[in-house]
Ligand binder design. Structure first.
Ligand SMILES: C[S@@+](CC[C@H](N)C(=O)[O-])C[C@H]1O[C@@H](n2cnc3c(N)ncnc32)[C@H](O)[C@@H]1O
Length: 336
């Protein structure tokens, strides 16, 4: 007897493996040489063996297992978002894209239900599934195209793969931000903390009350999966706000392209400042001179510094790689 938890674990594991195996299938690809959809060794076997348990979750005419279907759709959508961010971290999903992604995966689930219904053998299932998945990825690439279109000048998937959206060691983050772990003051909010919230976890072991938000996090009580634009207004809540190569990096990217997202970033920036306590500090890198210069200096003390580049090879000089900013709140923003 398979419980619904076992079944969902099996299915999400299978989705993860299939996604890994076909990692490029959601991006553009060479039309002249379309590639087949690859199946892991035991994908067809698992689906065939558990088809009677899986069918009710996918059945378009039945609503009793809707909560499981929802979990499955959420998992698919999350994996898809992950693949997109891996290629281009600056992509943003609006509500219309979210709906589109959901629709494409729902269609996939309903088609998979037909595949399971019709397949007579494991091999038959594998063949039908491959055809279905190829069709599905064609739809998915249309969504990808529309997401990437906003970034037309940078979209070259092969080149993008070389642009890292990494997580960094807590020591390096503190150094870049110009903070000292001995004096850093909680409560601290790390914005765009990375999937593992390395800085947050490190500071918590040093008794700093720290929490992090990121659009993708691994489960942890101090890490919250949240878009930074959805952070609530919490007047004077945080003594320190940090963001290493995250919020300001994205803000700068959109500002430099005069994208329609810029205004949204400016509003969130303003909200983060009002969420700082008086005396509190917002520390981030890279700097945002274009907006920092607009802050009233009787309310905010802005310090911008070069971050020294690593020592250049002999005989060469390099400019500083980037700048960091610390904004100290001198008085309540409601008094300005
Ligand atoms: C280069 S990583 C830096 C992570 C971390 N600060 C570090 O230094 O290890 C940038 C992070 O910003 C997150 N991010 C990008 N857009 C976001 C958004 N709209 N809301 C929340 N997090 C976002 C990404 O998921 C990614 O984890």
């Amino acid at each position: 007897m398979t419980t619904s938890t076992d079944l969902m674990d099996r299915l999400t594991h299978l989705i993860d493996r299939q996604t890994q195996l076909n990692v490029d299938a959601v991006y553009y690809h060479d039309r002249a040489a379309p590639r087949a959809y690859l199946l892991a060794e035991d994908t067809a076997r698992t689906l065939f063996e558990f088809r009677r348990d899986i069918e009710p979750i996918l059945n378009p005419n039945r609503i009793s297992d809707l909560h499981l279907q929802r979990r499955l759709l959420d998992h698919f959508a999350r994996r898809y978002r992950h693949s997109i961010y891996d290629a281009l971290q600056f992509v943003t999903f609006d509500a219309a894209h979210d709906r589109l992604v959901e629709r494409v995966y729902l269609t996939f689930c309903h088609g998979l239900w037909s595949v399971l219904q019709c397949a007579r053998t494991e091999q038959d299932l594998a063949a039908r599934l491959q055809l279905h998945a190829v069709k599905h990825h064609r739809q998915l690439r249309l969504v990808t195209r529309s997401l990437f279109e906003q970034h037309a000048s940078v979209v070259n998937v092969q080149a993008l793969k070389a642009v890292t959206c990494a997580q960094y060691s807590p020591e390096l983050q503190l150094e870049v931000l110009g903070l000292d772990e001995a004096t850093v003051n909680g409560p601290l909010l790390d914005v765009g903390c990375g999937e593992d919230g390395r800085l947050v976890q490190y500071l918590r072991t040093r008794h700093v009350h720290a929490v992090g938000v990121d659009r993708l996090v691994t489960p942890h009580p101090a890490l919250f999966e949240l878009d930074w634009h959805d952070l609530p207004a919490e007047q004077e809540r945080w003594n320190t706000i940090t963001s290493h190569l995250a919020f300001s990096h994205h803000f700068l990217y959109h500002h430099q392209r005069a994208s329609h997202e810029t205004v949204r970033f400016a509003r969130t920036f303003q909200r983060l400042l009002s969420n700082l306590t008086v005396g509190g500090t917002f520390a981030y890198a890279p700097s945002l001179p274009f907006i920092e210069q607009l802050l009233p200096d009787h309310t905010y003390l802005v310090t911008r510094q070069d971050i020294p580049a690593p020592a250049p090879p002999q005989g060469q000089t390099t400019a500083p790689l980037l700048q960091r900013t610390q904004i100290r709140k001198l008085r309540s923003s409601s008094q300005t």
